[in-house]
Design a protein around this ligand. Structure first.
Ligand code: GTP
Ligand code: MG
Length: 377
């Protein structure tokens, strides 16, 4: 028996990570994150404690819950804990050519990068992947500097950001920018040190350089999770998926499929044959074929939906990206999508938004005019 990471011990004992962290808190043990390691004797103490609890008819969960209830008033119970968990939405960000699309390809086991024009991602693609750790929604973002605003949007819909850094190139301008976006959006990040299969790879340099950005890797005593991997050979990818599910579990992501629908436009385009195609990421509630939806000053009726594998679907719950047909004009990426009961309500919402915008614009013009009058005379 040697040192063991907290999350690994939690798994071994059949506890979830939050329960394990609460148990450590109640024992007064200090740690940096669920991936911190515990000393051998501490591991033995925890195991003994959990088994003692179980022998007295308590499961680990109940023991922690009981300890928590004793320590805190009942009102402290997490709100909406009946709301089901949802899959994490993970944004892949980083400098151009550092291997974002290749990493997703490996996970998805398809070859998207090879099909792209010049191998450069020019839009945000969203897809759901069934991994060994359950469903994860991935959003690919372009590393090319022309796409700053798209990257900013990618960060805002994400629960977790993966910052891909090529081990032969280290921190570059768009790496810094990606980190800044994730931090501004308060999204937890994981650094994927990619291309470690290359002879010129220098993962230690990447980790040192990260510290200039205020990101101190865990192995240097900090809090930043770094995973060395190769999108080419697949080495380390499983470990990255492990960390994603670990962080997701800590974030305790939930959404009610029966709640009011809310989503976000990931991308939209006009197809010569099909017309306007928009990718919506469902965040709350469920989107159904036949529903009326409003985005900014546009509305539409969902005529058809396809999931990220191209299969037709009739409805889509939380954390599902779908491509929809039904808008007459292309909605703007990053805009919020909400539902309307019927066409009448959808029209009303759009009309109200237009009026509000026009009134605001008129007020600005009036202010400008009166300022000119004052200055000019
Ligand atoms: P943009 O979308 O343009 O920002 O690039 P990207 O970050 O998506 O990079 P992409 O996946 O297109 O990969 C860029 C190049 O690096 C391609 O030639 C890949 O084959 C190569 N590459 C990506 N990952 C690895 C890796 O782990 N090892 C090696 N040897 N090459 C890699
Ligand atoms: Mg790419």
């Amino acid at each position: 028996m040697s040192k063991i990471r907290i999350y690994a011990l939690a798994k071994e004992l059949g506890l979830d990570n939050n329960e394990m962290l609460e148990l450590l808190d109640s024992m007064g043990v200090s740690y940096k994150s669920a991936s911190s390691t515990l000393e051998e004797d501490m591991v033995e103490t925890i195991k003994a404690l959990v088994s003692e609890d179980r022998q007295t008819q308590n499961t680990g969960t109940q023991a922690v819950a009981a300890a928590k209830a004793a320590a805190q008033p009942a009102a402290e119970e997490a709100p909406g804990s009946d709301v089901p968990h949802r899959a994490p939405v993970v944004t892949i960000m980083g400098h151009v050519d550092h291997g974002k699309t290749s990493l997703l390809d490996y996970i998805r086991k398809t070859r998207v990068a090879a099909k792209e024009a010049g191998g450069i991602t020019q839009h945000v693609g969203a897809f759901e992947a069934q991994t060994s750790k359950g469903k994860i929604v991935f959003i690919d973002t372009p590393g090319h500097e022309a796409f700053t605003s798209i990257r900013a949007r990618g960060a805002r819909v994400a629960d977790i950001a993966i910052i891909v850094v090529a081990a032969d190139d280290s921190i570059m301008p768009q790496t810094r920018e990606a980190v800044a976006h994730a931090q501004a959006a308060k999204v937890p990040l994981i650094v994927a040190v990619n291309k470690i299969d290359l002879p010129s790879a220098n993962p230690d340099k990447v980790k040192n350089d990260l510290m200039q950005l205020g990101l101190v890797p865990e192995e240097y005593g900090g809090q930043t999770i770094t995973v060395e991997l190769s999108a080419k050979t697949g080495q380390g990818v499983e470990e990255l998926l492990d960390y994603i599910s670990l962080v997701a579990e800590i974030e305790d992501l939930r959404a009610d499929p029966k709640g009011e629908f809310k989503g976000v436009i990931i991308e939209s385009k006009v197809d010569k044959q099909a017309g306007v195609l928009a990718t919506i990421l469902v965040q709350e509630g469920t989107l159904n074929v036949g529903d009326f939806v409003v985005v900014g000053e546009t509305y539409g009726k969902i005529k058809a939906m396809t999931d990220s594998n191209g299969g037709r679907v009739k409805n889509a719950g939380p954390s599902t990206p779908v491509q929809v047909l039904g808008f007459s004009e292309a909605p703007v990426s990053g805009e919020i999508v909400s539902g309307a009961k019927n066409e009448h309500e959808a029209r009303d919402i759009v009309a109200r938004r237009k009026e509000e915008r026009e009134a605001a614009a008129e007020a600005t013009t009036r202010r400008k005019l009166s300022l000119e009058e004052v200055m000019g005379s």
